[in-house]
Ligand binder design. Structure first.
Ligand SMILES: [Fe+2]
Length: 290
């Protein structure tokens, strides 16, 4: 039986408990049939649950979100894990779990090619420190998305339920952290646990689906219109077509509407008014790729 992970994370300083736009969007994606607030906002089920409070306004995405916090690696990390998105086989015991989401930089732009190296305990709470069971790495795709197929990790003494992960954007430092499950009794007693690392988890039949979006401390320049070289006295003519395609901020879209974004066609799944950060690739609850 593995020992508890004794180290506690160093003081991180107080970071506002903010409900990010991305979190809202992922919550919408998780819900599938995300409830829409009056005015077009997407309600965040997780933050409403248990508090009885209506979700607050979300900060503008381009303001930049706090990076995902770092957590202790613990004693069970092993380098050189296999490249794979599934850590299980048909005969692996345990409750099936998928963990999916996006990796963003500081300007809320998704990052492709980010390494995610996951490791976790088996259904009995034990780590495989000889082989590579429940260890695997993968890379975010062109949209900055990742997806892990695994089981709900078992409990072991001293810790609440968690999944370890290391992330590294190309050419950037490694972020080591952990993901947590809502509603776990030990969340309130585990000194390493941090609610900022809670996944959204929903039950789907006998399986669970967790989502989480990471934010890495990677500087990004928000997309800006190209500037003409050198000083010019000629006013810039606004483009007739938005750089992203026919999708346009401020437009009221109805279910069934079709748009293009970055050369890809999408169909609207739920009526809403488009806002920055809700570009079709970012909001699978609102747009289906055609
Ligand atoms: Fe652990």
């Amino acid at each position: 039986m593995p020992a508890s992970e004794e180290p506690t994370p160093g003081p991180e300083g107080l970071i506002d408990r903010r409900i990010s736009r991305k979190t809202v969007l992922r919550a919408a994606a998780v819900l599938g049939t995300a409830p829409l607030l009056v005015g077009g906002g997407v309600a965040l089920a997780r933050d409403r649950a248990g508090t009885g409070e209506a979700p607050g306004l979300t900060p503008a995405c381009h303001d930049g979100d706090d990076p995902t916090i770092e957590q202790t690696e613990g004693p069970y990390f092993k380098p050189n894990s296999p490249l794979r998105t599934s850590l299980i086989t048909n005969s692996t015991p345990g409750t099936r779990l998928t963990v999916s989401g996006y990796v963003f930089g500081r300007a809320c732009l998704p990052i492709a090619g980010v390494l995610l190296d996951f490791w976790q305990a088996d259904v009995n709470g034990a780590y495989d420190n000889v082989g590579f069971t429940f260890r695997g790495h993968q890379f975010t795709d062109a949209q900055g998305a990742f997806s892990l197929t695994t089981i709900v990790p078992g409990l072991y003494p001293g810790r609440t339920r968690h999944i370890h992960v290391k992330l590294q954007a190309p050419g950037r430092p490694v972020l080591t952290t952990q993901l947590y499950f809502p509603g776990e009794p030990r969340n309130s007693t585990d000194t390493i646990y941090d609610a900022r690392l809670l996944m959204n988890v929903r039950q789907v039949g006998s399986a669970k689906e967790g989502t989480y979006d990471f934010v890495l401390n990677v500087p990004q320049t928000p997309t800006t219109p190209p500037t003409s070289p050198g000083p010019s006295t000629t006013p810039t003519t606004p483009p007739t077509t938005p750089p992203g395609g026919s999708w346009t901020v401020g437009t009221l879209y109805n279910a069934g509407d079709r748009v293009t974004y970055s050369g890809v066609s999408y169909q609207c799944l739920q009526g809403h008014t488009a806002v920055t950060g809700w570009e079709p690739p970012n909001v699978p609850a609102l747009w289906k790729r055609l």
